[in-house]
Design a protein around this ligand. Structure first.
Ligand SMILES: C[S@@+](CC[C@H](N)C(=O)[O-])C[C@H]1O[C@@H](n2cnc3c(N)ncnc32)[C@H](O)[C@@H]1O
Ligand code: SF4
Ligand code: SF4
Length: 351
């Protein structure tokens, strides 16, 4: 009995090591297939160590991040009302990552990175060299995944997108009529998105390519909920690999924050997050915040990963004992609703 009581929380950490209800099986089924091209035995071993270090809450780690989140640009053509880029509350300068910086980041992280996720607080296909960027990442042996509104000029270049070697393409649609689509994707043109999507699916077939794995993402805001069955049959007919329905705040809506025992944070142990100006960030939920105020050009990724600030952030995530983190208003970890440090605020905006 005693043992059961002890082992339950540990098993819980293993099964639910991600935010809210995001469990291990869900994450594996979502990402595994499109990550295969980035896996080597060395990287897999590193990922296993990272995972164990995350579950056991080690602050100074032996492992390196196995996911790289890179922001090609923080510019967007749409104005989604619950995205900090869409409503223009991102205080950073606008711009595009330089190819040289991109290459340098990859060179340093290629031995440990399995997946590169190529989107930040902006629309990646607005970067004029995005296709070249994907191809470069592929030449470094990474699996590349990108979420795009598919409503840009480059999105029309199906041939280029497929030949780049992209592994996973996520296309948020959020509505089957123009009215419901543009309720969230403000400024979006559903007919154009569909045209670009069909073009990509047809070209993929013609070229006989298995990749990219195409996922249509549907943010279920309630007003569009009844459209899901119709969208499901529509995308199935088109040859989309998966329809992923996401209730935007689902990960934390039903959970009460516990300041003293937040969720263990996947990002702090596994994901290296860098913006278009090569500034490090804690995660993809904090593009607009300055923490850790360090840049790749001044500190290597390896040194950053076990820097005092990262170690403090991990400590804070485990037990809250970090004055540095708890008093820093530029750090999101002390007010993170994703990790249930605080309850989800009503004015929550995605980054
Ligand atoms: C900030 S976007 C950047 C990439 C691209 N512009 C896009 O929209 O796909 C990154 C991801 O966040 C998703 N997203 C946008 N608003 C969201 C929200 N309020 N809650 C959850 N996810 C959201 C997008 O659908 C996309 O998959
Ligand atoms: S969610 Fe994507 S498409 Fe919408 S405003 Fe934000 S960056 Fe642009
Ligand atoms: S803000 Fe900090 S605790 Fe929250 S998800 Fe990001 S890295 Fe993790």
């Amino acid at each position: 009995m005693k043992q059961n009581k002890k082992s339950k929380p540990f098993m819980h950490e293993i099964m639910f090591p991600f935010r809210g209800n995001w469990n291990l099986i869900w994450v594996i089924q979502r990402y595994f297939k499109s990550s295969l091209s980035g896996i080597t035995m060395q990287k897999l071993w590193n990922a296993i160590i990272a995972f164990v270090e995350m579950i056991t809450g080690k602050a100074i780690v032996q492992s390196k991040p196995f996911v790289l989140r890179l922001e090609p640009t923080n510019i967007c053509n749409l104005r989604c009302p619950r995205c900090s880029c869409g409503i223009n509350t991102d205080p950073r300068k606008k711009g595009y990552i330089k190819l040289e910086d991109f290459r340098n980041i990859l060179e340093e992280n290629k031995r440990n990175t399995i997946i590169l996720r190529l989107d930040g607080d902006g629309e990646p296909t607005l970067h004029p060299q995005i296709i070249e960027i994907i191809a470069i990442a592929k030449s470094f042996g990474l699996a590349v995944s990108m979420s795009t509104n598919l409503n840009t000029q480059i999105s029309k270049d199906a041939n280029g997108i497929i030949r780049s070697g992209l592994d996973r393409l996520i296309v948020p649609i959020d509505g089957i009529t123009q009215i419901s689509h543009e309720k969230y994707r403000v400024g979006g043109d559903l007919a154009q998105v569909k045209k670009n999507l069909i073009n990509i699916l047809n070209t993929k077939k013609q070229l006989g390519h298995k990749k990219p794995y195409v996922e249509v993402q549907f943010l279920d805001w309630g007003y569009n909920h009844d459209e899901i069955p119709l969208l499901r049959s529509e995308v199935r007919m088109l040859g989309v690999d998966k329809l992923e329905v996401i209730t935007p705040d689902w990960a934390v809506t039903n959970k009460k924050a516990n300041r003293h025992k937040p969720r263990r944070c996947f990002w702090l142990w596994s994901v290296l997050t860098i913006d278009w100006e090569t500034n490090y960030h804690s995660c993809t939920n904090a593009w607009t915040l300055p923490w850790p105020r360090l840049n790749f050009k001044d500190i290597s990724s390896n040194s950053f990963w076990n820097s005092d600030l990262m170690v403090e952030a991990r400590r804070f995530n485990v037990n809250k004992f970090s004055k540095t983190i708890s008093t820093d208003s530029g750090c999101h970890c002390n007010s993170c609703s994703d990790m249930l440090v605080i309850n989800r605020p009503p004015n929550y905006v995605c980054e």
